[in-house]
Design a protein around this ligand. Structure first.
Ligand SMILES: NC(=O)C1=CN([C@@H]2O[C@H](COP(=O)(O)OP(=O)(O)OC[C@H]3O[C@@H](n4cnc5c(N)ncnc54)[C@H](OP(=O)(O)O)[C@@H]3O)[C@@H](O)[C@H]2O)C=CC1
Ligand SMILES: CC(=O)N[C@@H](CCC(=O)OP(=O)(O)O)C(=O)O
Length: 341
């Protein structure tokens, strides 16, 4: 059995880790931390976990947590994980960090987040469909939710060298903003509304550029996020413009289908959908559904992806990484469908 711990277990990604790990056959959850709720049962903030876990939150330091675990998930705000990760690694645990502290090179992180990185460490960007090195990693920087859906939608076409520019329009459920209420998440503001934000400046752009740039140096990327009145799910529409000379290939449905099939032949969680991806089809699951539609007589192809931000966009992906790190089949404990509708 793998002994795991969760730092930041009272939040959304921590709760989702607990939900998903409840049926994992190879995992024993040894500890869950919360500063505010130490001593209280996890079911106090996660009532759906009542009778499933007999765990209380604990207030621990990194050394105390590391002594009891093989692998630790850090589900804490960005800028905070860096206070935990080095001590956890030095105490001998492997770490999967769900925050953004270990996804980018230090200079890019500091520019993007406007803060000093106090504790840089080598990490692998934890998108297993692109990085088989996760299996050997000591530290995983688990990708952001938007980048997961955005990168997976485009990776095969970028890798094939067919893309000049991609313009992303992404829509996220409000759980992406975490458990603390904000003006945006206030029901009267959110309900029956669609709210664009950080229209040209979202902090996930460097992550998307980093990964697509590795596949296709010089690729141009634009990204605009929105929140929608839904709790979970991210639907991303990628307007993809062909490189000069690649227009004909991108118009050929069979050729494009082959490119996606070949690229994702060993990626069980990426599904080429028979219909336009729906949030309901992936909600609660670790799948990323993708479809595409070439625009007749144009240099544009439109690719649509759907994920659950809390599963493939965070906690499910973290468990997929944990499976690979532990030498398990990546599907272990994660092989179930979305909720539909
Ligand atoms: N929500 C989402 O869809 C996604 C979130 N992420 C990232 O995952 C991380 C967690 O997100 P999410 O679960 O939504 O966040 P929440 O705000 O829902 O939860 C944050 C958790 O961190 C704990 N915490 C806060 N500050 C500290 C600290 N200084 N030391 C230790 N624990 C602390 C809180 O517990 P307490 O205050 O009780 O100690 C709480 O359990 C974030 O970095 C987020 O950006 C990544 C992908 C998707
Ligand atoms: C709807 C919403 O507010 N989404 C969050 C992204 C959440 C996420 O996954 O990003 P990190 O892991 O990088 O925190 C945002 O736009 O900041």
């Amino acid at each position: 059995m793998i002994d795991v711990g969760i730092i930041g277990g009272s939040g959304y990604t921590g709760g989702e880790l607990l939900r998903l790990l409840a049926n994992h056959p190879e995992v024993d959850v040894k500890l869950v931390t919360s500063r505010k709720l130490s001593g209280k049962p996890v079911s106090l903030v996660h009532p759906h976990l009542k009778s499933i876990y007999a765990l209380n939150f604990e207030a621990l330091n990194a050394k105390e947590a590391a002594e009891r675990c093989d692998i630790i998930f850090t589900g804490v705000p960005h800028g905070t994980a860096m206070d935990w990760v080095p001590d956890l690694l030095d105490a001998g645990t492997r770490v999967i960090d769900l925050s953004s502290d270990y996804r980018l090179p230090v200079d890019v992180f500091e520019k993007t987040y406007g803060m000093k990185h106090r504790a840089p460490r080598d990490a692998i960007f934890g998108l297993p469909e692109l990085h088989s090195e996760v299996a050997e990693a000591k530290l995983i920087g688990n990708p952001g939710c938007y980048p997961t859906g955005a990168i997976l939608a485009l990776a095969p076409l970028a890798h094939a060298g067919l893309v000049d520019r991609v313009v992303y329009d992404s829509k996220s459920g409000i759980s992406g903003a975490g458990i603390e209420p904000t003006e945006t998440s206030h029901y009267p503001n959110m309900s029956q509304n669609v709210i664009p934000y950080k229209i040209t400046t979202h902090r996930h752009v460097p992550e998307i550029k980093q990964e697509l740039g590795l596949l296709s140096p010089g690729i141009k990327v634009n990204f605009t996020p929105h929140v929608i009145p839904s709790v979970r799910g991210i639907l991303t529409t990628a307007h993809v413009f062909a490189k000069e000379g690649a227009e004909t290939t991108l118009q050929d449905r069979e050729a494009v289908a082959r490119i996606y099939r070949d690229f994702y032949k060993d990626a069980p969680f990426v599904r080429m959908a028979d219909v336009v991806p729906r949030l309901g089809a992936v909600r609660g699951s670790n799948f990323c559904d993708i479809s595409f539609e070439p625009e007749k007589g144009s240099d544009r192809i439109v690719v649509v992806s759907a994920i659950d931000n809390l599963v493939k966009g965070a906690s499910g992906q973290a468990i997929q990484n944990m499976n690979l790190m532990a030498g398990l089949d990546q599907r272990t404990g994660l092989w179930f469908p979305g909720m539909a509708p």
